[in-house]
Design a protein around this ligand. Sequence first.
Ligand code: MLT
Length: 410
Amino acid sequence: MALINENYLKLQGSYLFAEIARRITKFKEDNPSADVIRLGIGDVTRPLPEAVIKGLHTAVDEMADVKTFRGYGPEQGYQFLIEKIIATDYQSLGVSLDVDELFISDGSKSDVGNIQEIFGVNNRVAITDPVYPVYLDTNVMAGRTGDLVTGKFAGVTYLTCNAENNFTPALPEEKVDIIYLCFPNNPTGTTLPKEELKKWVDYAKANGAIILYDAAYEAYIQEPGIPHSIYEIEGAKEVAIEFRTFSKNAGFTGTRCAFTVVPKTVLAATKDGGQYPLNKLWNRRQTTKFNGVPYIIQRGAEAVYTPEGQQQIKALINYYMDNAKTIREGLKSIGLDVFGGVNAPYIWLKTPQGYDSWSFFDKLLNEVNIVGTPGAGFGPAGEGYFRLTAFGSQESTQEAIERIKTKLSL
Ligand code: MLT
């Protein structure tokens, strides 16, 4: 009989958001008339910007005409989109990139999950705790960890981020090889100033480590002095891979388009003591396993970079950030400890006394029919915390906060 990949058995239960969806379905079955407001998964609710819709329509028409029809595209993405991204998102920050250093993909979740394939199994991985579960789970699946012992996977370095350390991870005590960082952070909604991020780049350079930097929420940064890209830090192009997405800034969660930057100067070691560019490995991986993002979708993403597209995504971000303010201020007004939500669409709160993350999840769902995400689902240091997202509609967000303020027994 064929053998399974036993590493999968190390994972406890289902993927966090699948488990939450299961609980909501059960609750709806038991309470069919309940008006449930979902502020759990970070999924957008506003329609795609008009400029994007226009770009998509034009591309659909091109596909209907034999003269402009396209079959397989380049696995790495079309140059028309790559060039716009480099010019708009990177040159504006003083970061220069070559077109073959950027790979268009169907999502940052896929890329941050797949990237570990190009690294050896014996690397030591560091993650912040709490963390977006994909980083950790994909390393467990690949066999880069031991078993789960008292809430932590053996062989993984957990970098605690909590209110006590102002959600700023400390450099690891032991030597690590691969470091996952996400800022603005999911789930805590907090950010890292340049001088803190520089410590990580310096650490990576000194220890031959690679930083996998998830910048999915950079468009939500409102305050000056917070890096939008890790490449704003000197030396990062030698040690960091960066992930970005159109999901959160332009509403592409169901449309699927993202990109990953792998500078040709990022090298990792070979067994025989040599060094090898990760760009080549990622290119080999993508050309083998991926056939590229649909032409139509890439034209939609390209439209984000038109002047109208830029204006429209700004309006979208402002809309969600208004929700973030409503949530932050509403929760604060009833005396809860609240973090994040200033440069990110996530609000991280301390669960009220007497409640752990999951019991607070149940309480919110049962008493006021609101869905959030239990902090413990993001790692052991998330216990005692809870996440709400700003991605709901303005009406449902206001209604949710009103219910929490007036109907929740605290
Ligand atoms: C979340 O809720 O953390 C996000 O939806 C994660 C994701 O984008 O996959």
